[in-house]
Design a protein. Structure first.
Length: 191
């Protein structure tokens, strides 16, 4: 078995992966990032599999996908192949990964469709949040933070609390009437 790949990532790629690892809350994405980073540190597939508690198949797949130079074009148009070897449990294993360009494009299209649907739902929820009146500034900020924590692929941008004054009854207020004060959130979401 060849020695594990080491230091195949550039410093910029490592920085981007570390940042993505900190920001992403999805367990499967974090696992994939860790697999690539551990391989870059020179860990074997078996060591990575034991450390993360995932299958050797998963490690082999993402170690290969973490290094696009391992793929070669297949004789069948639209397919690429990669091979990787690992030793798991004392058994030498050879993994062949088949990548379909059409499947990849379909997955990306489906992801964008799901993101568009999610974005329209989030926009409606954000409109409701903007219309909601709060009694104090801290209540408004807590509501914005709760909303922000629910977001997986988006984030709140330029969230601020604005003070609103209004009179409790419609029409012209009497001279001795004091206006009511409440607070509203102003924010935008971005992917």
């Amino acid at each position: 078995m060849p020695p594990p790949a080491k230091n195949f990532l550039t410093t910029e790629q490592i920085t981007q992966l570390h940042l993505a690892l900190k920001e992403n809350e999805l367990a499967h994405v974090r696992e994939r990032i860790l697999i690539i980073l551990l391989q870059n540190d020179g860990k074997t597939h078996q060591e990575i599999s034991k450390f993360l508690g995932c299958s050797p198949r998963t490690v082999a797949y993402w170690c290969t996908h973490g290094d696009p130079d391992k793929f070669i074009n297949s004789k069948l148009q639209g397919y690429r192949l990669a091979q990787t070897n690992s030793n798991f449990g004392g058994t030498e294993q050879r993994w062949v990964i088949v990548e379909s360009v059409a499947r990849q494009q379909s997955d990306i299209k489906q992801l964008y469709t799901q993101l568009d649907k999610l974005e329209s739902v989030l926009e409606k929820q954000l409109v409701q949040l903007r219309r909601q009146d709060f009694q104090c500034e801290s209540d408004a900020m807590q509501a914005a933070q709760r909303f922000s924590k629910k977001l997986k692929y988006h984030c709140l941008e330029a969230a601020e609390v604005v003070q609103q004054t209004h009179h409790p009854k419609p029409g012209r207020p009497r001279k001795d009437t004091t206006p009511c004060v409440n607070y509203q959130i102003r924010a935008n979401e971005r992917a």
